[in-house]
Design a protein around this ligand. Structure first.
Ligand code: FAD
Ligand code: DHB
Length: 391
């Protein structure tokens, strides 16, 4: 099998890249190890930055998002039994975010790709990337019980944190920057209308809690739990009780309960692999970087990477110049490190570390007070949350 761009992974990064290339008349093949149902149901991100929304629309993938996505003009910070709303448009010159789940973004992109794009093979597991430093990279893969090879001009690893493409970088080229956290998020999906019309980020002595949503009738909620916690160890009632404690305010706000339909634990890490290119192999999305979920940056970063890469591939096709491809890694990394910084700061601001002292707790509260009382501090949060410009 031969193509121009061989894409490993049909998460948001791989699917959107295939879509952008298709629109520009560049051939691609997408290999995805899982089946379609798995990719379409895997519960993950929920928040799209304005820039991500604009990109999906421009790619002709925004129709359902425009109908069903929920525009949010702010978030609430909750601490010390009080609430503070951050008004995004007022602080950023009109920017907002959109609640539209990653599952839905993937469904929309898969449907478009199967209808009019190049091949998208489910159940096709890439085994390696070979010859990245040469002219013609090769991706051996397993499909329907047989081994085959995809030959391409460029290989793109969109295969997430656990994929194979990062391993094709020689050890002397790779630099890894990493931090793990002693806590994780227990996430639940519940069939109940969200108890607030915007997201609530709560800092509490017992740990962080987040109220989010998937639709006007489905809530998405997260609780900070110790790293290594098994989701099954928490009964539904214990989860609701704990959420209630952490969201409690002095003004009588109430958390509505409902049937829990899904429960899972997400470990938290910060991770960056530099560079994001080796010869004709490029990394994009979680394959190259991970942020802790506080601040909702992961999917948006993946979108930024593939927009930058698609632009560079189109530029090369139209002008013969590899300038933008050569700049790809550095261009993406500037934005990625800003998101790493923001996600790490938001995590530290809102979570309780197991070894936190009373002094640390007071500092957290002082930082939150500062955001609630200084337009400059609040603007910093609003600008970062609504998104950094594409490089
Ligand atoms: P992935 O979505 O991981 O896709 C990689 C794909 O590659 C997968 O489909 C995988 O099956 C496939 N693959 C792997 N290995 C191979 C192989 N060898 N061969 C073929 N295919 C392979 N981000 C946000 O922006 N906002 C949020 O609100 C947010 N919330 C989150 C909440 C949770 C609980 C979690 C876990 C993450 C959240 N994120 C959020 C992060 C976001 O989900 C990820 O950053 C995003 O999925 C990255 O997309 P990707 O395409 O790079 O990788
Ligand atoms: C969601 C996830 C996040 O990490 C976040 O910061 C906000 C919302 C969500 O899944 O809805």
């Amino acid at each position: 099998m031969r193509t121009t761009v061989g894409i490993i992974g049909a998460g948001p990064a791989g699917l959107l890249l295939a879509r952008l290339l298709y629109r520009a008349g560049i051939e691609s093949v997408v290999l995805e190890s899982r089946d379609r149902g798995y990719v379409e149901r895997r519960q993950r991100a929920g928040i799209l930055e304005q820039g991500t929304v604009d990109v999906l629309r421009a790619a002709g993938a925004g129709e359902r998002m425009d109908r069903e996505g929920l525009r949010h003009d702010g978030i609430e910070l909750r601490f010390d039994r009080r609430r503070h709303r951050v008004d995004f448009p007022a602080l950023t010159g009109g920017r907002s975010v959109t609640v539209y789940a990653q599952t839905e973004v993937c469904k929309d992109l898969i449907a478009l790709q199967l209808k009019e794009g190049g091949p998208l093979l489910f159940g096709a597991e890439a085994l390696a990337v070979e010859g990245a430093a040469g002219d013609r990279p090769r991706i051996p893969f397993r499909y329907q019980g047989r081994e085959a090879v995809l030959e391409c001009d460029y290989a793109v690893g969109c295969d997430g944190f656990w994929g194979v493409s990062r391993q094709a970088f020689p050890a002397e080229v790779s630099r890894v920057f990493e931090r793990t956290y002693p806590y994780a998020w227990l996430g639940v999906l519940a069939d109940v209308a969200p108890s607030h019309d915007e997201l609530v980020y709560a800092r509490h002595e017992r740990g962080f809690a987040l109220l989010s949503m998937r639709s006007p009738s489905v809530s998405r909620l997260y609780l900070q739990v110790p790293a290594g916690t098994e989701a099954g160890r928490w009964s539904d009632e214990e989860i609701w009780d704990e959420l209630e404690r952490r969201f409690e305010t002095d003004d009588g706000w109430r958390l509505e309960r409902g049937p829990v339909t899904q429960k899972s634990v997400t470990p938290m890490r910060s991770f960056v692999h530099e560079p994001m290119r080796h010869g004709r192999l490029f990394l994009a999305g979680d394959a190259a970087h991970i942020v802790p979920p506080t601040g909702a940056k992961g999917l948006n970063l993946a979108v930024g990477d593939v927009v930058t890469l698609a632009r560079a591939l189109v530029h090369e096709k139209e002008t013969g110049s590899a300038d933008l491809l050569d700049a790809y890694s550095a261009t993406c990394l500037r934005r990625i490190w800003q998101a790493e910084r923001f996600s790490s700061d938001m995590t530290a601001l809102l979570h309780r570390a197991p070894d936190a002292t009373a002094f640390d707790a007071r500092l957290q509260l002082a930082r939150l007070e500062r955001i609630a009382s200084s337009r400059a501090a609040e603007t910093e949060l609003a600008e970062a949350y609504t998104g950094f410009p594409l490089g």
